[in-house]
Design a protein. Structure first.
Length: 492
């Protein structure tokens, strides 16, 4: 009897888009980070989100084109291994584990702080953050343990709720006419090309983190050659337009002349104040609750993505084989989920034992190397797309295989420089701590290269299989063949 596998043909375009958009946590990003973008970049901040969306859409062109030729569930590392060779692919796999785990585990600190703040604001109850975070770990483990369609349904409901409250705010502001009348000054060049826009771009790109995880669900998608690209473009377009629209409506809520001062006076309360003024205090109370559910949705989305990365690496032989087991009933990578939950608990308890602040240290310090790691993977993937299509014969056009990857490479390199230069905005830490946080990514990269060398020398069979197409991948939906040219990256 064959071992159980992931449930194929389960996820449609909307399901995958829900996972990706939920990981970005739109409500949390808007209420928690957008006020900082307004403080730094002024009323032109909405354009920063549009520019980030355009850049990532260009990246998605080559990325989704290559997805038709790479059928592994390994996402970034599989693409990089095929385009740049196995050593860089293995290094990318370790960076992916750092990136996705960093983005998820740090958010347990946000869950603890957001829940305690909500309980105090609404009911005057003071809750300790650690028990809340630990309960959250169990809830997310259970959500990942259940079937993938169960997770998609949960995320669909939560995403509709969190975007709905932001649209309610926008509707209230626009129907009322705003504080100073409806203005489009946010899009004027004089308000966009300002010194603070570089910091806004750094915040904006961070708000899209995890959008590329659409390809992780390829093995569970219906007609993946169409579903995965569609979900990727929908996620990027929705996030870019939605973020820009919501930030612009908040500018209207306070007026062009007053919004920057209002954001500086009370950044954490900016959205709540606008919602109270234009909709009512009941809506602000509801937003408190929905921020907590937004955080839970983000955690579940990242947890599912991590589990599938670990599953793929276990199937490749890089991680212990036990982590590659799939639950016979729910068809979920349940042991990978247990391992990820235990790791999260160790980190959360460790920060709590050290007396760390759940937001200022657990969230920001753990998220920062995770965010930078995922951006480095995007850059490597853009280069990998370019090199892959140079090494194989294909029927794709030059826009998808040359122009878009080159443009994406240049833009993403600039973004990484901007984010690294402004890393204190994300970590809120000292220079010494920031140096350590940034250095984690190249350190893990170096460890990945060392691991690749060790596997090649001691486990040549595992090394030879790494990055290869899994047996039976997408048997029901064959994509366009990518015929090897004289030199193939998979042989490196």
């Amino acid at each position: 009897m064959s071992a159980p596998t992931l449930r194929r043909g389960t996820l449609g375009t909307a399901d995958i888009a829900f996972f990706v958009i939920s990981a970005a946590a739109p409500l949390t990003v808007m209420a928690g980070v957008a006020p900082l973008a307004l403080m730094l970049g002024g009323i032109g901040a909405p354009v920063g989100y549009l520019l980030a969306g355009v850049t990532l859409a260009v990246f998605a062109v080559g990325f989704t084109t290559m997805s038709r030729h790479v059928r592994s569930g390994g996402a970034f590392y599989a693409y990089i291994a095929r385009g740049l060779g196995k050593p860089l692919g293995i290094a990318a796999a370790l960076i992916a584990l750092l990136g996705y785990n960093g983005m998820e585990i740090g958010v347990y600190g946000l869950l603890g702080s957001a829940t305690t703040e909500t309980a105090h604001a609404l009911w005057g109850v003071d809750l300790p953050w650690l028990p809340v975070s630990l309960v959250g770990l169990l809830v997310i483990w259970y959500g990942g343990f259940r079937s993938i369609d169960f997770g998609a349904k949960v995320l669909g409901v939560l995403l509709v709720a969190e975007t709905g409250i932001l649209l309610l705010l926008a509707g209230g502001v626009l129907l009322d006419g705003g504080a100073e009348g409806i203005s489009f000054a946010s899009f004027a060049p004089g308000n966009v090309f300002v010194p603070g826009m570089t910091a806004v771009l750094a915040c904006a790109f961070a708000a899209f983190t995890g959008f590329e995880s659409t390809v992780i669900y390829r093995r569970e998608a219906k007609n993946p050659d169409r579903t995965v690209p569609r979900a990727t473009y929908i996620a990027v377009a929705f996030l870019g337009l939605f973020y820009a629209f919501v930030v612009w409506t908040v500018v209207q809520a306070f007026g062009d002349s007053r919004v920057v001062a209002a954001a500086g006076d009370d950044p954490a309360g900016l959205f709540f104040a606008a919602l109270t003024t234009y909709v009512g205090s009941w809506a602000a109370d509801l937003m408190h609750i929905l921020i907590v559910t937004s955080v839970l949705a983000s955690l579940l989305a990242f947890h599912n993505a991590i589990n599938r990365y670990v599953l793929s690496l276990a199937e490749e032989g890089v991680l212990p084989a036990a982590l590659g087991r799939v639950h016979p009933r729910h068809r979920s990578p349940h042991l990978a989920g247990v391992a990820q939950t235990v790791l999260g608990a160790v980190v959360v308890i460790g920060f709590a034992a050290a007396g760390a602040d759940p937001y200022g240290q657990l969230l920001l310090w753990v998220n920062t190397p995770g965010m930078i790691g995922l951006m480095v993977l995007q850059l490597m993937a853009a280069v990998a797309v370019l090199m892959f299509f140079r090494r194989v014969r294909h029927d794709e056009g030059p826009w998808r295989t040359v122009v878009a990857p080159v443009v994406a490479t240049l833009l993403l390199a600039i973004v990484i420089v901007l984010v690294t230069y402004n890393v204190d905005l994300f970590s809120g830490a000292s220079l010494r701590v920031n140096t350590v946080l940034v250095a984690l990514v190249p350190a893990v990269f170096a460890a990945g290269l060392a691991l690749a060398h060790r596997l090649k020398r001691r486990k040549p069979g595992v090394y030879a299989r790494f990055g290869a197409e899994p047996d039976g991948a997408d048997d029901d939906t064959p994509g366009p063949a990518a015929r090897p040219a004289a030199t193939s990256a998979t042989a490196l």
